[in-house]
Structures are given as C-alpha cells and as structure tokens.
Design a protein around this ligand. Sequence first.
Ligand code: SAH
Ligand code: MG
Length: 203
Amino acid sequence: MEYLDNINKLEFNSLDNELRDYAKMHDVPIIQDMGLHFLRQVIMLKDVKTILEIGTAIGYSAIQMAKLGCYVDTIEINENSYNIAIENIKKANLSDKISVYLGNALEIDLNKLKKYDLIFIDAAKAQYMNFFNRFKELLNDKGVIVTDNLLFHGLVLNDNIESRNLRQLVNKIRKYNTWLISQTDFDTSIYDIGDGMALSIKK
Ligand code: SAH
Ligand code: MG
C-alpha cells in the first residue's frame, strides 16, 4: 500500500541504494521494503543471532540482516550471483558477518552449516517444501522459519493463468502454503506483507 510504503521508513546508505537500483535494472527479485520491515522486527523481537538464508542473489537481504548484528550463512546456486554477492558484502564491510556458499541448497553438506535462530527461505519456489524439510533440522529451539514470495505477485490468487508453466508453479506455491499451515511441529501464519510471507515458529 502506497501510504504505508511512504510512511514506514528504512534507512539506506549509498551501497544499499546501489544494490536496489541494480536489482531493479536487472530484475533481481530482492526482498520488498515491507518484507524487510517484517523480517527486521522478527529478528529484533526474537533476539536472533544466527541466520541461514536460502537464495543469496546479490546479497541485498543478507546485508540488511547482518547490519542488525546477526551472523548470516547464505546459499546461492548461481555462480555469477554468488560472485556479485561476495563483492557487495566486501563493499559493505560485512565479510566477517556473512558466509556465502556456492551450490544447490538441496545438495550442500549440512555439516558445513551450524544451528540457526532464523531460516529465511527465498529461493526456487518449486522447491520450498524440500528446503523446509531439509533445513528445519538446523533450527534452534523456538527458532523461526520465514518463507518469502508466497503470493507470487498476486498470481497465487489468480485462477486464470494462461501459461502452463506458470500455472504449475503457482499450484506448487498453493500446495506449499496449505502444507506449511498443516505442519503440527510449527505454528505458522501467512501474511499479506511484501510478496506474501510466512512466519513459522518451531513448537
Ligand atoms: N534473498 C535475496 C533474493 C533471492 S532471489 C534478497 O532478498 O536480496 C532467489 C535466489 O535463489 C536466486 O539468486 C537463485 O539463483 C537462488 N536459488 C534458486 N534455487 C536455488 C537452490 N536450489 N539453491 C540455492 N540457491 C538457489
Ligand atoms: Mg523473495
């Protein structure tokens, strides 16, 4: 909503603005501002110290989370994005707070990772259920999993999608949404924030 987008304020430095412009120009789906507001406050409320992110892209969300004092491990499958993220994290002087792993999150050796207070799932939407099941083991007691893009630009509400591929992807997201809510080891709510975000609290 434009009113709230304007009234809620986030502080961005020149590097943040550079990354935001880059994302816009190159169609990189970085976290939306309201999504970032939400994530920041979850981090503060839960006193989150360690974060695992699935899907680094250019490092924008990892940088925003690390700025709050968190340690972030983040996984990126695309080598070009990985290289850009490493550069951006260096520029942000956050190389000691963020470790970027190159590879498929579904194949990464879990022994390389730690335990986390928060896991942010923000990669290939068709794989969300697999990400959730694979990484929930790495969650600390009372930890939380945040999943992004669950409304997929509103497409999840649209029953008349022409493209077959898109329709299949949207159906996968719908399936994930109902599956996620039904997981009894987590308390989950899905919010109309940013591109649609779920907060799942481990019981
Ligand atoms: N979290 C970022 C945006 C991530 S966009 C931000 O808000 O700033 C999603 C990213 O996930 C893309 O860069 C894509 O290459 C990556 N990705 C997709 N599938 C993946 C997988 N299986 N493992 C790791 N990364 C993946
Ligand atoms: Mg996202």
